[in-house]
Design a protein around this ligand. Sequence first.
Ligand code: CA
Length: 644
Amino acid sequence: MKAIVLLIGLMAVCNFSVAQEATISSPNEAVKVKIHLEEGRPAYSVLYNNEVVLEKSSLGLKTNISDYSEALNFEGSRTTSVEKSYESKKLKDSEINYKARELSATFTNQKGQKIDIIFWVSNNDIAFRYHLHKYSDTIAHVVTKEFTGFKFPETAKSFLTPQSKSMVGFQRTKPSYEEGYYLDQDINKASAHNMGFTFPGLFKTEDHWVLLSETGVDGTYVASHLSDPDEEGEYTIAFPDSTENNDFGSTGAAISLPFSTPWRTITLGETLKPIVETTIPFDVVEPLYEASQDYDFGRGVWSWIMWQDASMNYDDQVTYIDFAAEMGYEYILIDALWDQNIGYDRMEELIDYAKSKNVDVFLWYNSNGVANDAPMTPRHKMHRAITRKKEMKWLQENGVKGLKVDFMGGDKQETIQLYEDIMSDANDHGLMMIFHGATLPRGWEIMYPNFISTEAVLASENLMFSQHANDQEARSAAIHSFIRNTVGSMDYGGTVLNERYNRNNDGGNVRRTSDAFQLATAVLFQTPVQFFALTPNNLEDAPEFAIDFMKNVPTTWDETIFIDGYPGEYSVIARRHKKQWYIAGINASEEPRKLSFSLPQMEGTDFRIINDTRKGKSDKKEINRKNGKFEVTIQPQGGFVITN
Ligand code: CA
C-alpha cells in the first residue's frame, strides 16, 4: 500500500460565530450537514439536494468522568477544506482523490470541558468523529456511552444483518459476524436477537440510498455497531455487548485525552452507485506503520473447502500445490490441523516443495486464547506476544507469506488490540494477515499495510455445511457488493466449479448456480488475495473457458464502476485491472433479467462474454461490436462476465 498525502489544506477559516448552529456543504453543494444544540444536547441533520436524508439525530458521548452529551454550550465553529490523494493496490480503485469540506463545531460542558464534533463532507460521503480536549491532569477516561444517532424518515427501509448472541454457535465462537440479511424491512423493526445490527447498514428513503459504517477503529477504541431503533425510530452507536468474550472485559473504550474517536461514515446518493463505489473507509485514515516490504497480492486455492479436514496431509497438499501451479496461482492456503497431520518438520519440506513450484504458502491458526472453546490446532500461538513472536520467527525463517487466523471473538477493545498486535508483529515478520470468524475491517486495508481481509460474511464454508446456503447462494451473493464488501475486503473463499460439495464431485450438497455465476463472483467479491474454491478435478470436469477465465482473473483493481443492481436481487459491476475490463453480473431472482447498459470506457474494443443458456448451461462467445453498449440476459441463479 502506498498512501501519499499530497495536501491537507486550509481553505477558508470562518471566525468562531455565536450562532447556536453551524452548517457545511459538500464541494458540489449536494450534501448539507447542520449541527445544532437542542436544549443543550448536540444534534445534526443531513440533506441531499435539499431533501431530508437524516432528521435531527443525536450526538455526544459520556466518559466515566465527563459528560459531553447534555447541558452543553455551543462555543462556535470553523470550516476548512481537506484534499488528499493516495494509492493502494488493495482497494476497488488504485488511485483515489478525496476532496471534502470540514466543519468543526466546539462545545463545552458545565465544567468547561471541551469537545469538538468534526464533520468531513464530500460529494457522496460524510465522515464524522469527536475530539476530546485535555482539560486537566485527569487524562485517563473510559468512554462508557455514545449518543451518536441516525434518524431516518419513518418511511425508510432497512437492509441489515443482526448482531449475534455471544458465546453460542460452534464451540461458543460467536459473534463471528456471519448472520443473514433482512432486506427491505420496516425502519422500526428490531433485530432478530434484540442486540442491534452489524456494520455496515444499508437504508433506503423514498429517494435516497444511505450506507452507515465506521472506520479508523484501532486498538485505542472498541468496534461498535448499530442499536435496535428506539421508539422514535432512531438508531444509535452501540458498544460491544458485555456477553462477548465470555462476559470478560469492559464494553467501553479506555482512552487518554486528548483523544479523537473513530470516524462514523454516511454514504449517500440517489442511486446505489455512490454506495458501491465509495472509498470513504480508506479516505479518512492513515497507515499506522510502514510496510516492512512490498506485499504481493494474488490468487490461491485451499483444499479445506471441498476436501475438508482429512486433506490436511502432506500428499493432498502436494496435489493442491501442483494444482495451484497449473493454474498459475501465487498461493496455497493450508488450513486447520496442519501442525498435527503434517507437523512442523514436514511443513518445512512442504513449503520448500511449494517454492519449487513458484507457489507461496498461507497457514491457518486458531486465535484462541480464552474467548471460545474452538479445538482446532495450531492454537494458543497467536493470542500472546511471547508465543506469537516465536511462531512468527519460524514462519518467516521458512518463507511463509501469510496467515489466516480464525475465531477472533467480539468487538471489545481487548480484541481490537489483539487484531492490531497480531498485524503489527506479522508485519515485522513479512506476513500478510487474513482473519476468519472475525469482525468487519474498519479502514484496516490502509491502516495496517500487511492486512488483507476478514471474513465477516456467511462465506463459502456454509455452501459445504448446508444445502439451504446453496439454495440461497444467489440471493446472498447479490447483497455483498452493496453492503459488506463495499466498505472492506471480504475473504469469501468462493468460485466453485464442482457441481457437488464433496471430494469426488459426486455427493454432498448440490450447487444451484451456474458456472458463469461462479466466475462472476470472482470479480464481484473483492479482496487482494483470493483463495478460490476450485479443486484439481476441475481441470478435467469444468469447461475449458471457465478454467481459462480463472487462470487470468486478477484480484487487484484499478477502477470499479457500478452498473446496475438491487440488494438481494441482482448485481452488476465493472472493474478494471490495468487495461483489462471485467463486467460481472449475477441474478438471484426467479425470472431471467434483461439488461441494457453501456461502458463508454470499452468503446473501440471487441469483447468476450461468458453467459448462460436458458437451461442454465454456461457458454462463451466472441462479440465483434465496439460501441461500448451491451445487452445481456442473466438467467435465474445465473451470471455473466464480459472482458475486452
Ligand atoms: Ca467462518
